[in-house]
Design a protein around this ligand. Structure first.
Ligand code: PEP
Ligand code: MG
Length: 588
């Protein structure tokens, strides 16, 4: 602690490290649910443009509500219609609108912030009143604020420019927020909620942004502009650090490993001490990530999460935009295969209608279910994929598959689209069709699915959450989300074995595959392809190169007989201590 005058007290907090690295910067707090935002100061010259942005968002919000009221299919009852009428009245209220514009003009802030400060002042008034009818209007105001801010997100010119050295602080961070920043990235992230396999942290690791999560209730202690150290190795943050603490932290940070490889060398599989080959590929969340994957020696792209494009464009990308992205990936991959997964999102992420938000999106209309329900969009994606497959080796991966019928339906659609492209002499390739194994039902049917899928991508991130009924993004059940749970390991092992029996390659592509701690176990269970965040490739390659396949197999067969995650972890740590202490010094 420091009591120097003018220096706020230094406070340390412990959480969980979810993306390695170290950073010192200034806090920028994020607000909002569907679309996150922060306070941006704008110059006077931008005021009129910002007001126009606001007006256009208000008119979009009004149209959305009018459409909802008009649509017969929404089946609105009188109460719901009354609520929407109220929302419309607020959006047309001159006092409300002029307060918003006044805030932009006089406080010189972005429209998002103006919406927050004006609606906050309404909320304070309503909540202080004794009248329960008026207090209930607070919920309407929150809803309206959220709707306007979502509409503001549709305008690409939003001033989401972070000041230099920004450390984002949020309850949790949405992957779309990360995508929206583009190249203008934060230097670190601290959050109260979110797990290792949350998409936002998968992205943070890909972008090399240190992140610490599980910092319960930390937001109430943070102010915009506060200085903070983020230690993404130990899962610690230090708020208002003294100069001495900063020096001490900087001096103990590990040096990043040097990558000796030159990008002109062809990538090679990793090889265990006894010569067993493991193909290492990269997961990608953006087209830009390909250059890092190549530099790190990826033997192709094991999983491209195409839904990144929806985040980038704020809506379904057109066929031309998709073709552009897929073909540039394939063209730049030097003949290595690119597995492109069709959009894996939930219905709430695309419709822009609050009413489509599902109570439990992870179990809802998501992944292949959504694609099959919105066939015209799916056909556009299939067309773009087939056309890009004419340029080089491209495979299609289907997310959230639960049974054989879904794969039959998609194959039927692909055949139909291929036929119509051929009729028009559009060049197409013959992509293989693989499936994510991430729904327990699919894992159980793995032997049967070999008859309809060309290969499997084993998605441990979702598989764990569905097998153990523990939301991968929910801090409250982080202790139940156990990668080493015996049910998880036995399922992973069974799927690998089913792939071998059916002569179908199995690539492990959940975060587990990029963790040096779990890699020997996966190798021992027979995994022959691991697909991971590009930044993990050198370390995983090093670990594989320093273990013997036989030892890994022996470890796997011991561990697969155990019935508790704790016992399994102890076994692995003992093995690390006895045989591989040079590889895992921290675990000894
Ligand atoms: C998985 O579920 O393991 C996976 C790789 O897909 P995602 O993380 O995108 O859900
Ligand atoms: Mg998944």
């Amino acid at each position: 602690m420091s009591d120097r005058p003018g220096h706020k007290n230094q406070v340390r907090y412990s959480g969980r490290a979810v993306s390695r690295g170290f950073a010192v910067g200034q806090i920028v707090s994020l607000y909002g649910e569907r679309r996150q935002f922060f306070r941006v100061s704008i110059p006077e010259s931008s005021v009129q443009g910002e007001i126009r942005r606001l007006q256009s968002a208000i008119s979009t919000a009004k149209h959305q509500i009018q459409r909802l009221i008009r649509s017969d299919s929404s089946g609105l009852n009188a109460i719901a219609e009354g609520i929407l009428d109220t929302h419309l009245l607020v959006l047309e209220d001159h006092t409300f609108l002029s307060k918003l514009e006044h805030s932009i003009e006089h406080d010189l802030v972005n429209a998002e912030w103006a919406v927050k400060s004006v609606t906050d002042s309404y909320l304070i008034q309503y909540r202080s009143l004794d009248n329960s009818n008026i207090r209930e209007r607070a919920a309407d105001i929150l809803d309206i604020a959220e709707r306007i801010r979502s509409a503001l997100g549709g305008r690409r010119r939003s001033p989401m420019r972070l000041p230099p050295d920004s450390v984002l602080a949020a309850k949790e961070i949405r992957p779309s927020t990360m995508i929206e920043f583009g190249e203008n990235r934060p230097i670190a992230i601290v959050t109260e909620h979110g797990g290792w396999t949350s998409h936002a942290y998968i992205l943070a690791r890909e972008l090399d942004i240190p992140a610490v999560t599980g910092l319960r209730k930390i937001l109430r202690h943070l102010r915009n502009g506060d200085r903070i150290i983020v230690d993404g190795y130990r899962g610690e943050v230090v708020l208002n650090p003294t100069a001495e603490t900063e020096r001490e932290y900087r001096s103990r940070q590990p040096k990043p490993p040097t990558i000796k490889r030159s990008s002109s060398e062809p990538p090679e599989p990793a090889r265990t001490l006894d010569g067993h080959l493991i193909r290492l590929t990269s997961n990608l969340d953006s087209v830009n990530g390909l250059s890092v994957a190549k530099r790190m020696g990826a033997c192709g792209i094991g999983l491209f999460r195409s839904e990144f494009l929806i985040g980038q464009y704020g809506r379904y990308p057109t066929e031309a935009q998709q073709f552009d992205a897929y073909s540039s990936l394939v063209a730049a991959s030097d003949g290595e295969t690119v597995n492109i997964r069709t959009f894996d999102i939930g219905v709430g992420q695309i419709s822009g209608r609050h009413e489509d938000r599902e109570r439990n999106p992870a179990l809802g209309l998501r992944g292949i279910r959504l694609s099959l329900s919105f066939e015209h969009e799916f056909v556009k994606q299939i067309r773009a994929l087939l056309r890009a497959s004419a340029i080089g080796p491209l495979n299609i991966v289907l997310p959230m598959v639960g049974d054989l019928d879904e794969v039959h339906s998609v194959r039927g659609l692909i055949a139909k689209v291929a036929e119509s492209l051929k009729e028009k002499d559009v060049p197409i390739g013959e992509p293989k069709v693989g499936i994510m194994i991430e729904v327990p039902g699919a894992a159980i049917l793995a032997d049967d699915l070999c008859s309809v899928a060309d290969f499997f991508c084993l998605g441990t991130n979702d598989l764990i959450q569905y097998l153990l009924a523990a939301d991968r993004d929910n801090e409250n059940v982080a202790g139940w989300y156990q990668t080493l749970h015996p049910a998880v390991l036995r399922t992973v092992s069974d799927v690998i074995a089913a792939g071998k029996r059916g002569n179908r390659p199995v690539s492990i592509c959940g975060e587990m595959a990029g963790s040096p701690f779990y890699v020997p176990l996966l190798v021992g269970m027979g995994a022959e392809e691991l697909s991971m965040n590009a930044n993990s490739l050198p370390e995983v390659r090093r670990v594989i190169g320093s273990i013997a396949f036989e030892e890994a197999q022996a470890l796997a067969s011991r561990v697969l007989k155990l019935a508790s995650a704790k016992e399994i972890e102890t076994q692995i740590r003992e093995q690390h201590h006895d045989k591989w202490s040079h590889l895992f010094p921290g675990n000894s």
